[in-house]
Design a protein around this ligand. Structure first.
Ligand SMILES: Cc1cc2nc3c(=O)[nH]c(=O)nc-3n(C[C@H](O)[C@H](O)[C@H](O)COP(=O)(O)OP(=O)(O)OC[C@H]3O[C@@H](n4cnc5c(N)ncnc54)[C@H](O)[C@@H]3O)c2cc1C
Length: 471
């Protein structure tokens, strides 16, 4: 049985571990935090494509049942708004939901699959050879833990040890210093999530749906180091400066100051070791895309590792870097653009930004393009010469005449064939379904909801061998 060591039990590692366990791989999850210690709710926004990723695992309803708030509009500059309700998905909004709740849903899934996380276990060394990877960690009592696996995946966050151990640089640098955040109760809450920017800084406030609000604020006149003491009054002052009121904020359950870097590794794969999530890329929180991109990295990698274990084309694992590195690059670019626009200082530049934003986002075409990019729904991995144009594109969910949906049929890491001949030998890993549009040729859909192949029906068996491994 193929074995994988997943390093790090943040959202990226948890999703990956669940997928690999569901696919029947033998996995070990190592996490340096002690059991029960929260990873803190840094992220608080789940975008539409991540909701679809959860739906393809039967976890969307559970996530929606957690305390949360659906935002179908994101306020931008100068009264402009990004309308997410136009998104062509069952989840046309940003779900404000704490990272703790998101991790809880993923942890419950792992528990149901019988996967135990080895908490208090910190990876310290790693070596690979032609046959496998050797991972060494320090266990909870300082004892040496030694593991041997076919692959190791570093989901160990922005300070990734795995990245260092395979000798990869993390080029880039700081963008914003001293971003303040607090999760607070409000005596006089606003009627909706609110954002404001002015020449001195910006602030954003949104409800978690559990009585607490997340406020994120930045003030160019309050630029202390991350570990400098931070009092609620400083955040309240930043809120008053941005909104004209601090909404009577009180009772913080978390208060913190952080800085934001923009970095990306040059390679997501070094032999048998792969990197995903913050270990591979980090950027500003603008647009709320960090955790979402990590979860989507995991969704792209998990079925590849499973297919590879079943003997699929060895190029399968290289496809992970080829597809996800450009996505990470684009997220760095777009979130960096937003952060730089939010922190403009010169009066003419601020006036121009505020005048242009409503005009730009007033165009239906541009709104849709921006919403598709931020939500992750616009990701299209593209086709190569000679491949059908649909290859690489996201295949939207579809309800079939028997009432089942495509995303339901992809659960358990299955592929789907739309409109092709049924090949019963592949039934364990592939759902054979009716065509969803007017397309005359069958389409092979990957477990992450992107098209893998389309062509003449007699090419289907070969495509299945390439993408899914043995029947
Ligand atoms: C203030 C703030 C707000 C944010 N808001 C958003 C948002 O709204 N939307 C969004 O998408 N993203 C947001 N992000 C980013 C988001 O929090 C991260 O992108 C996300 O947590 C990354 O997940 P991960 O699983 O890759 O890494 P992490 O969550 O960092 O998890 C890595 C895990 O690896 C473990 N680990 C580290 N080293 C080792 C080792 N050697 N051995 C074993 N275990 C190890 C760590 O203990 C940790 O649990 C925000 C970030 C910040 C700071």
């Amino acid at each position: 049985m193929a074995t994988t060591v997943v390093v790090g039990a943040g959202p990226t590692g948890l999703l990956l571990a669940g997928d690999l366990a569901e696919a029947g791989l033998d996995i070990t999850v190592l996490e340096k935090r002690p059991a029960g210690l929260s990873n803190l709710s840094r992220a608080f926004g789940v975008h539409a494509r991540t909701m679809e990723v959860f739906d393809m695992r039967g976890l969307a309803d559970e996530l929606l049942s957690q305390a949360s708030y659906k935002m179908d509009r994101i306020a931008a500059f100068g009264n402009a708004e990004l309308d997410l309700s136009v998104l062509p998905t069952g989840f046309p909004y940003l779900l404000v939901c704490s990272q703790t709740n998101i991790e809880r849903v993923l942890l419950d899934r792992l528990a149901k699959l019988g996967v135990e996380i080895r908490y208090g276990t910190e990876v310290t060394a790693l070596a690979q050879d032609a046959d496998g990877v050797s991972v060494t960690a320090a266990g909870p009592d300082g004892e040496a833990v030694r593991l041997r696996a076919d692959h190791a995946v570093g989901c160990d966050g922005v300070h990734s040890t795995v990245r260092d151990l395979v000798g990869l640089p993390y080029p880039g640098g700081p963008v914003l210093k001293s971003i303040m955040l607090a999760d607070v109760e409000l005596a006089e809450p606003p009627s909706a999530p609110t954002v404001n920017t002015n020449r001195d800084g910006f602030a954003f406030i949104a409800p978690f749906g559990d009585g607490f609000w997340r406020i994120t604020a930045w003030n160019r006149h309050d630029q202390a180091d991350d570990d400098a003491p931070l009092r609620l009054e400083q955040i309240a002052a930043a809120a008053r400066q941005a909104f004209g009121t601090d909404y009577g904020m009180r009772s913080p359950r978390w208060i913190s100051r952080f800085h934001s870097d923009e970095r990306q590794v040059p390679r997501y794969r070094v032999g048998r070791v792969l990197l995903a999530g913050d270990a591979a890329h980090c950027h500003t929180p603008a647009g709320g895309q960090g955790m979402n991109t990590g979860i989507q990295d995991a969704a792209n990698l998990s079925w590849r590792l499973a297919a590879f274990a079943r003997g699929a084309d060895p190029g399968m694992l290289d496809g992970y870097h080829a597809e996800r590195h450009p996505v990470g690059e684009e997220v760095l670019r777009s979130s960096g653009r937003m952060a730089r626009m939010a922190t403009l200082h010169s009066r003419p530049a601020v006036a121009l930004r505020n005048a242009l934003a409503p005009l730009v986002l007033g165009s239906a075409g541009i709104t849709r393009r921006v919403a598709m990019q931020v939500s992750g729904l616009g990701i299209d991995y593209g086709s190569r010469a000679g491949e059908a144009a649909i290859v690489g594109a996201r295949v939207p969910d579809h309800r079939f005449p028997d009432g089942a949906r495509l995303f339901e049929r992809l659960r358990g890491g299955r592929f789907a064939v739309l409109g092709g001949p049924e090949l019963p030998a592949w039934g364990e890993h592939v759902a054979f379904l009716p065509a969803t549009g007017r397309r005359s040729e069958p389409v092979l859909v990957r477990p992450d909801g992107h098209a893998a192949w389309s062509g003449a029906p007699d090419g289907l068996e070969r495509a299945l061998r390439t993408w899914c491994g043995t029947a």
